[in-house]
Design a protein around this ligand. Structure first.
Ligand code: CP
Ligand code: NVA
Length: 343
């Protein structure tokens, strides 16, 4: 149920074409890369989410926005959601998506990343990368004249975090002031969630086993951003203390792609961090459960929680497409083709 404050906020919201966050973001982000959430300002994160909500509810207004644009997706790792949400999102705005499976041919192996960039930019308007090394993405971005989007590296998963906070806004009206708790591995997803939460004024608590905490560079950056936005970023090692008063409890696999050789070692370390009904009961009564998926059922989360009434995991998956459509529109200057933005 939306709170009174939420309803008032929605009623007074500016029409999307007059929204200063969206107009500023459209001017600043056209032609830019998105390798990290830290590449975006708070206003730009807000703009992507506002536009994402609008695109979700008015898809026909954007159906020709990326007419004749070409996007290539080059993925070194498996994907269901990211690949399909980018491909469907792009083609529903009039563009054409090309998928290149790099799982057996890592980028940089056959020819240098810079040479790949110098070729690919001659044919396409946008490069979307899923890689092991984060440097592969930043190197492609440094050498490409067309925008590069990070669709997951070992260090960050920014498109996931944008969709997740869009989902929180949808559920609670606003992410500002919410208590968001991440339980599990301090990994790529955790990093992007910390930065996004800080950008949106969300209090972020992360509970990891000792030795699996998020990267110090991300923690420092997230805390700097949080201070500007009046929220806090806490690191704990007790999952039960971390979920107290949480509005959202989020987890991810404890063995990310590329770390499979650590599975046996990690299983007992992460067992106390499983999100189950006992842990969820310590959160607020109206708390939601979130997961980026794919989930290892009954490992990091039980079936009862994943399939239970508090779970919003498939809303998150759906919103991958809407949030990414907003991002694509901004990076490719697509709003200039939308009638609403031309009146
Ligand atoms: N959440 C996510 O990125 O899913 P995929 O690995 O299936 O793309
Ligand atoms: N942390 C996980 C996320 C998968 C979407 C991984 O990197 O495998």
């Amino acid at each position: 149920m939306a709170s009174k404050a939420t309803i008032e906020r929605r009623e007074t919201a500016l029409p999307v074409q007059n929204d200063p966050d969206i107009l500023n973001a459209a001017a600043r982000l056209a032609g830019e890369d998105m390798c990290s959430i830290a590449d975006l300002s708070s206003g730009e994160v807000r703009a992507i989410l506002k536009l994402g909500h609008h695109v979700k509810h008015n898809p026909r207004e954007y159906r020709n926005a990326l007419d004749a644009k070409q996007m290539v997706l080059m993925f070194e790792k498996a994907s269901l959601r990211t690949r399909l949400s980018f491909e469907t999102g792009f083609s529903t705005m009039g563009g054409n998506a090309i998928f290149v499976d790099q799982t057996n041919s890592p980028l940089g192996e056959r020819e240098s990343i810079a040479d790949v960039a110098r070729n690919v930019e001659r044919w396409v308007d946008l490069i979307v990368l899923r890689t092991y090394a984060h440097d592969t993405i930043t190197e492609m971005a440094a050498n490409s004249r067309v925008p590069v989007i990070n669709a997951l590296s070992d260090f960050e998963h920014p498109c996931q975090a944008l969709a997740d906070f869009m989902t929180l806004e949808e559920h609670f009206g606003s992410a500002s002031g919410l208590n968001f708790t991440y339980v599990g591995d301090g990994n790529n997803v955790c990093h992007s969630l910390m930065l996004t939460g800080a950008q949106l004024g969300t209090n972020v608590t992360v509970a990891t086993p000792r030795g699996y905490s998020p990267d110090i560079e991300i923690v420092t950056k997230a805390r700097e951003i949080a201070e500007l936005n009046g929220c806090e970023v806490r690191l704990l090692q007790d999952p039960h203390a971390a979920v107290e008063n949480a509005d959202a409890v989020y987890t991810d696999v404890c063995v990310s792609m590329g770390y499979e050789h650590e599975s046996t070692k990690r299983a007992p370390i992460f067992r106390p961090f499983q999100v189950n009904e006992t842990l969820m009961q310590k959160a607020r009564p109206n708390a939601v459960f979130m997961h980026c998926l794919p989930a290892r059922r009954n490992a990091e989360v039980t079936d009862a929680v994943l399939d239970g009434p508090q779970s919003i995991v498939f809303d998150q998956a759906e919103n991958r497409m809407h949030a990414q459509k907003a991002l694509l529109l901004l990076l490719l200057g697509g709003l200039s083709n939308v009638e609403k933005f031309n009146t």
